[in-house]
Design a binder for this molecule. Structure first.
Ligand code: ZN
Length: 136
């Protein structure tokens, strides 16, 4: 098991963590299998994207349209922390990701990066937990 720590700015901050995952994988004895990644916390998510400025903006825009910040969410009424939108966005994208591992390398598309997305309404310190599971 390994852990990765990342500082974020919140508000759909999209951070490329591919190289951080790679450097952890290099320390692993298991060379064939899958890497399971999980971000702890209910206002962040993991996914993959082609990490380029246009798509980052497109992603932020579509998320804003789907789940706007300023709606009167029940969560905000109950807790007053104003981040109902962040919880909903995180649930929609999901907290985990599985990436195949072959010959000690992550199996990713040429333009596919692993990203942490922080949806919270403030900067956060995030922890991503990784486990490598042996395959054939
Ligand atoms: Zn909340």
């Amino acid at each position: 098991m390994f852990k990765i720590h990342v500082s974020t700015r919140g508000f759909t901050d999209i951070i490329d963590i591919t190289s951080l995952v790679k450097s952890q994988i290099e320390k692993e004895k298991i060379k064939e299998g899958v890497v399971c990644l999980f971000v702890t916390g209910s206002t962040a998510a993991l996914t993959t994207i082609e990490y380029e400025p246009g798509l980052k903006k497109d992603f932020q825009e579509i998320i804003n349209q789907l789940i706007p910040e300023n709606k009167d969410y029940y969560h905000n009424q109950k807790w007053g922390d104003g981040n109902g939108f962040a919880h909903l966005r995180a649930s929609l994208i999901g907290p985990s990701l599985v990436v195949p591992l072959e010959k000690g390398q992550l199996v990713l598309g040429t333009w596919q990066q692993i990203v942490l997305v922080d949806f919270d309404n403030r900067p956060r310190e995030r922890e991503i937990v990784g486990v490598v599971v042996k395959g054939e």
